[in-house]
Design a protein around this ligand. Structure first.
Ligand SMILES: *[C@@H]1O[C@H](CO)[C@@H](O)[C@H](O)[C@H]1NC(C)=O
Length: 298
């Protein structure tokens, strides 16, 4: 598939004026996914299940507000794309692997985190300042959802001083994992879905090695590129055994973190699609205790 992001060579593929429309269609693709996810959850899990699981009526009510937000995002983007002369993509068929309250909240936290990263990673591509304001406005809402769900999981809501941008193809890869099929009339997005990278399932501690695996083969030399906040750090894997390996994210990383298997050292960025072999995997790193100086008040 054509490249769009993270490299100058992408620009000739999609004409400058068309990039905004592609970004809007991509945003709508993600909003459809989130909207259907919450609608399915509200249909499948009645309020009493949340109460039984120890959550309050107030918490359940806030889930309804989130569903409302995602529906509004779908409507706004649909209207915007139509006004810009495009044909808005329709919702796809999805497979969301949640079975109960806990797995719903975990998945919600991840999806909202990815949504936040998607708007942040897509922001530099947007040429229209008006669209940029709308994208920023939606980003804030996705980030508020993220911190609410992180708190519900007893994770630090603001685990990093900075949000984590993720470029469209890695985001597309993560979204594609939940998509079974889309209407053939939907515009094809110029992004790549990379082969899956499986990371650790639970939270990991900062600076400790994490185990990964892939379904395909690994080259003799590769890097594991971690993305968290505004930092991109590529490391060499610790030990490789067939399709599994260990790698250690930087000790300063905390919260939702993305890991890619890359063919080059991408430390400091940018993340070039052409160098991605697998991933991203999503890791949850328990942040280190907060450090601050109470005397720094100037
Ligand atoms: C990747 O590049 C950075 C900066 O250029 C360097 O400090 C680091 O050692 C490199 N990492 C590896 C695993 O080679």
């Amino acid at each position: 598939m054509a490249l769009l992001v993270g490299s100058a060579r992408a620009v000739p593929v999609v004409k400058r004026a068309d990039i905004d429309l592609v970004v809007l269609q991509f945003a709508l693709t993600l909003e459809h996914l989130e909207n259907v996810f919450y609608k399915q959850a509200l249909k499948k899990i009645p309020e009493y299940k949340f109460l039984q699981a120890g959550y309050t009526k107030e918490y359940y009510n806030n889930i309804k507000y989130i569903a409302h937000d995602e529906e509004e995002h779908v409507k706004l983007l649909t209207g915007g794309i139509t006004a810009a002369g495009g044909k808005p993509v329709a919702a796809c068929k999805y497979d969301f692997p949640f079975t109960d309250v806990k797995s719903f909240i975990s998945l919600s936290s991840i999806l909202e985190g990815v949504g936040t990263s998607a708007y942040l990673g897509g922001a530099p591509l947007i040429t229209s300042k008006d669209y940029l304001t709308i994208a920023g406005s939606i980003l804030v809402t996705e980030a508020l959802h993220t911190s609410m769900q992180r708190a519900a999981l007893h994770r630090v809501p603001s685990a990093n001083p900075y949000g984590t941008p993720l470029s469209p193809s890695p985001v597309y890869t993560l979204a594609a994992a939940f998509i079974k099929s889309c209407p053939s009339s939907n515009m094809a997005l110029p992004f790549t879905a990379f082969p899956a990278l499986k990371g650790p399932s639970g939270s990991i501690c900062p600076g400790k090695p994490a185990g990964f695996s892939v379904a395909g083969s690994l080259p003799s030399k590769f890097f594991v590129t971690f993305i968290n906040g505004l930092e991109i750090v590529s490391v060499s894997p610790k030990s490789v055994k067939g399709k599994t390996f260990w790698a250690t994210p930087p000790a300063t990383f905390g919260g939702q973190t993305y890991a890619l298997v890359t063919s080059t050292n991408m430390t400091g960025g940018p993340i070039a699609d052409s160098g991605i072999l697998y991933g991203p995997a999503i890791l949850e790193i328990t942040p280190n205790p907060p450090k601050y100086d109470v005397n720094l008040q100037k």
